[in-house]
Design a protein around this ligand. Structure first.
Ligand SMILES: Nc1ncnc2c1ncn2[C@@H]1O[C@H](COP(=O)(O)OP(=O)(O)OP(=O)(O)O)[C@@H](O)[C@H]1O
Ligand SMILES: [Mg+2]
Length: 282
């Protein structure tokens, strides 16, 4: 798959701009971290890359295709090559972890396929691959457990295991470490980088600036605009202050803005923001 191009992309919700004139060129195989305050437009950017929001302007090119002018059928084929980890995981809660991972291979299943998977389970070879993927992510013993009965962080890892089965060309990971402990963060990051080394372009939305610094390229959004695009070495304290300036969660304590990782007292408000996102329709 070729790279990704956003060309002066704008997205508005009820007349309020969520993305304004965002231009980004991402080469195939790149690793890109996206940072920015809550509400800056990070998830909206990812949704534009799967044509899950309407554009108010601009153009999105994915794998050489003008995404928003593709006929439905080709759009479905392209989407199958894009692997996503959303803030709300987009797993089927009634199905076991193993079946959810298997869905990576069969793609977005129709209602019939979902029913079949529910009653019969996937075929043996696919079950094995799903089991191996769960093993790799540390959930080898959870294949038969109903996904709804797993913890939030475990569900997030099921979504990562599904990528191992899907082998997408483009990975959109929206806060893949939001609900996992530091050890699991390393494991999930390793898995994503492993898929990247095998050729997948990797875009990750990250709240933790320190994790973002491990990516060779960081893009920051501020109020729907690109506020920074460059290597992490250029991400100075001044840059971070500018990026997170005006963060509604950052001004309450009078300390002024700063990156969230440097301000643990803001954890609570960031969690709340994620909760809001978790109930929206990704
Ligand atoms: N479906 C929607 N309807 C209306 N407004 C929306 C919708 N989705 C997002 N927005 C608004 O667009 C802006 C950008 O939201 P987005 O979810 O992209 O932010 P984000 O950077 O991902 O934030 P967070 O870090 O909290 O996940 C916010 O002001 C948000 O309230
Ligand atoms: Mg978001």
């Amino acid at each position: 798959m070729k790279g990704v191009l956003l060309d002066e992309v704008s997205v508005g919700f009820d007349g309020v701009a969520a993305l304004s004139d965002v231009t980004l060129q991402i080469e195939a195989g790149e690793q890109l971290a996206v940072i920015g305050a809550s509400g800056a437009g990070k998830s909206t950017l990812f949704r534009a890359l799967t044509r899950s929001v309407a554009l108010a302007g601009g153009r999105v090119v994915v794998g050489g295709h003008d995404l928003y002018s593709l006929p439905r059928r080709s759009l479905g084929e392209l989407r199958r090559r894009i692997g996503t980890i959303y803030q709300a995981y987009n797993l089927v809660p009634q199905l076991s972890a193993g079946v959810n991972v298997s869905l990576g291979e069969v793609g977005e299943m129709g209602r019939l396929g979902t029913l079949r998977a529910f009653f019969a389970g996937p075929d043996a070879g696919l079950s094995r691959r799903a089991g191996a993927a769960l093993e790799e992510i540390g959930l080898g013993d959870k294949a038969g457990v109903r996904t709804a009965d797993l913890s939030g962080g475990q569900q997030q890892r099921v979504a990562v295991a599904r990528l191992l089965v899907q082998r997408p060309d483009l990975i959109l990971a929206d806060e893949p470490f939001a609900a996992v402990d530091p050890v699991t963060t390393e494991r999930v990051l390793e898995t994503l980088l492993h898929l990247n080394r095998e050729g997948a372009t990797l875009l990750a939305n990250l709240h933790d600036v320190e994790v973002a610094r491990r990516f060779p390229r960081v893009v920051a959004l501020r109020e729907g605009r690109v506020a920074f695009d460059g290597p992490p070495e250029r991400l100075t304290e001044e840059e971070l202050a500018r990026i997170y300036a005006g963060d509604p969660h950052g001004t309450e304590n009078g300390e002024g803005p700063g990156p969230p990782s440097a301000r643990p007292e803001l954890e609570g408000s960031f969690r709340l923001a994620e909760g809001r996102d978790g109930v929206s329709s990704h």
